[in-house]
Design a binder for this molecule. Structure first.
Ligand code: ADP
Length: 651
């Protein structure tokens, strides 16, 4: 017994009446049965139930003696794959694939090794007279040829039962006859053939005609217009699925290669979409790896600058600056001298900095408004400018700066000179006789200086001699030390003692620690900014890819349904989409790695920074690409695998 149905009903959710009601039927192995009836009578529903594409709402169904009502979906997939071949009205070939790979789809799902697969598919094509077209793309076949290809695909797996739903519905009489001949020939080889048809000629070719109306069988007669094939040839061919005796390893390798091949051919069939998708991904990943590269390069550049600064500069805070200036100025100067005489010290100077709110600096009258950019007031030892390479114009006014007996005098930064409207020349310094007001005191300007990029803190500043600073109530006192490169840390340890041997606690080294923390902060800030930016880019890429994949799933629903009908498990469908995502992601990741590298190189070239390309940049790109490709494919893959083949095949 090929198939038996006992009181089978099928009611679709929401429908008033059942599409099949109480159908009992027995079809013997080797029969050729036609099912006829008006449109909407339930023929396709019956075929779907017989073909295990749909489950009956009630009743019992057995295929070759095996009850299937309670079988799991996976075992239904397997039974379909081993026992049943489908031929649909619209032949559902995969247009972009070659004729031979269409014929081999079922074999591929069965896991038949590649070489056997090719020869079995070719046998099937020979059976329907299409072997000469094996390399042609299926979409180039005529309607009749497609239907013959559908038959070849159905029989390639050596099924015991062929279910054909209006196989001649779209064909002219000539092609219809050929299709029926093939079905007849198959039947003569022992295959059970069940055909749904409107076509009287087709129905007359069958041995038995079952008529169905409103979901019930209304007649079931033997037609036997043709003599029964005598003797019936037993089917000598075993289904491939049962016979394949490959080892576990070679089966896995074979199936992985198949999956890979499927994914690549699905992608290459839609070249433009695939390229755009890869591009969207590559840009996002390029942005991300580029951001990584740029952040490494920038941190490196900042680190270098700060490191250079911290290597030869040292700043020491001295407590109670105003007090020292009033009562112990000589002590300060000798302390600074002692530091300056330490080995590896290039120079040491004190620098007073007034609290900006305490001083009022104007040009014409003490009551005028101060310049827009606040000016800071400092006082330093005479060697300061020299030791730190700050250019003072003219050069010969240095010694007056820390002479406690000298009258008031000031030098201003070039920016401050401009803000205060002081005429100066780069050669001879300020015009003679120019003075400014510092609070109520008229102070002659004797020089200008250019602090340069190393001393941004003095960009808008005025340096005065100690006598003026003495009048300021609050000020900060530091000793600035310049060492030979790389000695700043060592000097930092001994400088406080050199400054004040009796009480080293008066002096506290601060700059090295400061710079370290700035360096850390800058790196951290930059890192988190770039991480955020990259995350946004990545999300965009995932959304683009997922929506594009989702649209593909919609486009390919007929193909997916066909694969499911043939017996592909949900997992296999899911796997092939995820693999597509993986391939797109990998390719885009490699490309993105290159984009990121090139971007980093460009930025560092423009900024004249040494480029830092972490060796793992490319790897990060590929891994990111692969992961995001998989992530973006998960939902579409799930949607694809949930498709109901019975519904999709009707569409
Ligand atoms: P036939 O193949 O004879 O034209 P069908 O088996 O396709 O008939 O349909 C039988 C009845 O069931 C029709 O009334 C049809 O509208 C209904 N039907 C078929 N498929 C579905 C479905 N998936 N959901 C709801 N109703 C359906």
């Amino acid at each position: 017994m090929a198939i038996s149905l006992e009181r089978v009903s099928r009611t679709y959710p929401g429908a008033d009446s059942p599409a099949l009601s109480d159908v009992s039927l027995a079809i013997e192995s080797g029969e050729f049965v036609s099912i006829v009836g008006p449109s909407g009578s339930g023929k396709s529903t019956l075929l779907n139930v017989l073909g295990l594409l749909d489950r009956a709402s009630s009743g019992r169904l057995a295929i070759r003696g095996q009850a299937v009502d309670a079988a799991s979906e996976r075992s239904l997939d397997t039974m379909r794959l081993r026992l049943i071949g489908f031929v649909f009205q619209s032949s559902n070939v995969i247009g972009d694939d070659s004729v031979i790979s269409n014929a081999a789809i079922g074999l591929r799902v069965q896991g038949v090794p590649m070489d056997e697969r090719a020869s079995a598919a070719l046998d099937a094509l020979e059976f329907v007279g299409l072997e000469h077209k094996r390399k042609v793309q299926a979409k180039l076949l005529s309607g009749g040829e497609r239907q013959r290809l559908a038959i070849a695909r159905a029989i390639a797996t050596h099924p015991r039962i062929i279910l054909a739903d209006e196989p001649t519905g779209n064909l002219d009489s000539n092609n219809s006859r050929r299709v029926i001949e093939y079905l007849r020939k198959l039947n003569s080889e022992g295959v059970t053939v069940i055909v749904i048809t409107h076509d009287v000629d087709v129905a007359n070719q069958a041995d038995r005609r079952i008529e169905i109306r409103d979901g019930r069988i209304t007649s079931d007669v033997e037609t036997k217009s043709q003599p029964m094939p005598q003797p019936r040839v037993p089917v000598d061919l075993e289904p491939f699925g049962a016979a394949s005796q490959q080892s576990w390893v070679s089966r896995t390798v074979c199936s992985l290669m198949d999956d890979w091949g499927d994914a690549v051919s699905a992608l290459s069939a839609r070249t433009l979409r695939t390229m755009l998708l890869i591009l969207a991904f590559a840009i996002a990943i390029g942005g991300m790896t580029g951001a990584l590269g740029i952040s490494s390069t920038t941190s490196n550049a900042i680190n270098n600058r700060l490191a250079i600064a911290s290597q030869d500069r040292l700043s020491i805070s001295i407590e109670d600056g105003p007090g020292v200036l009033r009562d112990d100025f000589d002590g300060l100067r000798s302390g600074v001298d002692r530091i300056a005489r330490l080995p590896h010290v290039v120079g040491a100077s004190y620098v007073y900095s007034a609290v900006p709110a305490d001083v009022h600096i104007t040009r014409v009258r003490p009551s005028d408004l101060e310049p827009e950019t606040p000016l800071s007031l400092h006082s330093s030892s005479k060697n300061y400018f020299n030791d730190f390479g700050i250019e003072l114009i003219p050069h010969n006014i240095r010694s007056a700066l820390d002479d406690p007996l000298a009258g008031p005098l000031a030098v201003v930064s070039t920016k401050a000179a401009i803000a205060l409207d002081i005429p100066y020349s780069k050669k001879s310094g300020p015009a003679a006789g120019v003075s400014i007001w510092i609070d109520d005191q008229l102070v002659p300007i004797v020089g200008v200086f250019e602090p340069g990029p190393n001393f941004p803190e003095y960009a808008d500043s005025v340096f005065v001699n100690a006598s003026i600073m003495r009048a300021v109530s609050r000020s900060d006192l530091k000793v600035q030390v310049r060492t030979e490169k790389g000695f700043s840390a060592a000097i930092a340890r001994v400088a406080p003692l050199a400054y004040s041997p009796s009480d080293p606690g008066k002096a506290k080294v601060d700059v090295t620690a400061d710079i370290q923390s700035i360096r850390q902060d800058v790196s951290n800030d930059l890192g988190s900014l770039i991480a955020l930016l990259s995350l946004v880019l990545m999300l965009l890429a995932i959304i683009t890819a997922a929506s594009s994949m989702y649209l593909t799933v919609q486009n390919r629903s007929a193909e997916i349904a066909l694969r499911r009908a043939i017996g592909s498990s949900r997992w296999l469908i899911c796997r092939s989409f995820i693999l597509e995502g993986f391939i797109v992601g990998m390719t885009a990741g490699s490309l993105g790695g290159i984009i990121g590298t090139v971007t980093t190189l460009c930025v560092s070239w423009i900024q004249a920074w040494p480029p830092v390309l972490p060796p793992e940049l490319w790897l990060v790109g590929v891994l990111l690409g692969a992961t995001t490709g998989i992530v973006s494919a998960i939902y579409p893959a799930w949607v694809a695998s949930r498709q109901d083949p019975a519904i999709a095949i009707r569409a």
